[in-house]
Design a protein around this ligand. Sequence first.
Ligand code: F6P
Length: 564
Amino acid sequence: MSRLTGSPAWQALAQHRQAMTGWSMRQAFANDPDRFRRFSLDACGLMLDYSKNLITDETLGLLLNYARQQDLEGWRNRMLAGERINTTEDRAVLHVALRNRTRRPMPVDGVDVMPAVRKVIKRMKRFVSAVRFGAWTGYTARPIKDVVTIGIGGSDLGPFMVCNALRPYHHPDLRLRFVSNVDGTQIAETLGWIDPQTTLFIIASKTFTTQETMANALAAREWFLAGGGGVRDIGRHFVAVTANTDAARDFGIDPENMFEFWDWVGGRFSMWSAIGLPIALAVGMEDFEALLIGAHEMDEHFRTAPLEANMPMLLGLLGLWNINFWNACGHAIVPYDEYLSRLPAYLQQLEMESNGKSIDRDGQTVDYATAPVIFGEPGTNSQHAFFQLLHQGTQLIPTDFIASADTFNPVIGSLGDHQRILLANLLAQSEALMRGLTEDEARAELTAAGLSGAALEALLPHKVFPGNKPSNTLFYGKLTPFTLGALIALYEHKVFVQGILWNINSFDQWGVELGKKLAKPILADLSGDGPVDGYDSSTAGLIQWLRERIPQAEHQSVGSLQEF
Ligand code: F6P
């Protein structure tokens, strides 16, 4: 047993879990009509209902004790004070400074970072308004029509997700496109539809060394030059967002066209920095700042609300309870909101890159589960895809249901109001997961449908739903930039909370390095014709197989302008 699993608070939770064997959520709702009120909470325009969890008052008390034992509030304060809590990279973790809307200084190593943050926001404002209002033109004096962001991971997922989510707020004449994959298809397909004279490329990379981003950025530059642009015109069509301005300069980007951020901003927490430039171009600086304000409100809630009324802390603790004491191995994110279709992908990186760790802060191998597999799709589509497993599968997968009361697209057809149909489905799913369907109830349904005897008995076990499956429901009025900012910050803080509860560093990502390193010699061997040495037989065999089939590479420019 580790220091953590052997600790009094963990042990108390383990005993409590034992005592809850056979506990029924359905029964708990029947016994307590007040359960929703007692286990729900409002903050920053979000309403969280966590009553459909496998919890009692005692559970919450024990979880809060555990949080205190792990000094959760102390760690939160250390993060907000700019301490270098990312110990393996020796960095502070201060993305909250990017959305700090108070006059409070945010120091890193004793130096307030706020003046630098405000300076970049000011430059973004100037740039965004010039592009959106047509003052910034391409090399033939035509206004920008397409903005292509080239980046990957944290330099792509957040801005892409938010641009998608805020489509109702977009500038009507600017199209936002994102290229992340080094699969040439993505850049080729993108370049095929745009005009070099009216396209702005944002090269987004914290390190400015990421292979995929550099390969795509170079391809875009070559395409631009082949399409009529000159080297002197690059400045009007390429800007960089990076913490490595030297590398961006070496790449050929004019320092005037660089938007800086800093090593205390982790890649997957960077959309609030200039990495959010595509968002600001899409929705305008005012709405980008509304996103920051929403996130800031959530930061303030996280900073000041007591443990038991603190939304990110509660979400983090509920996750711990489900994962470590009820063996949940996955977590479904199901937005009943088409605009949030990229949220699951975004949260995959946020949660799995942050907390997919098995070594604790003290360098010891953990003896408890950490981040679950995050997956999801919008509802109701997901109901027709993976909900079968959630209801009747062998694994416990808690679900987060997310939806707005109001829609930007009211559609009322002959079957009724789409928004109401959508929300009814959400509520029905969370209810079904909680209450299930007993054998008696299933039998009654089958009998009412006219079945009896052997036919009924054969079908009966398939019709039973065990229920008792935990879920959270997050509602908001309408998906505004403010609400979205609060929602994202909520999950960011939840990830931080869980890192502390598991005693792991949520802010490094060493696990992505090995593959990057191994890709280098493989790339050389895929191109060469010498012996394939130094690999296991599988890798060597696969390299050989590909070598014989990949067509000889010829240098060629990608994309040709299609008919508009
Ligand atoms: O996947 C590893 C990673 O380092 C992520 O953490 C990061 O968001 C992504 O690569 C992109 O990195 P960069 O912004 O430096 O290109």
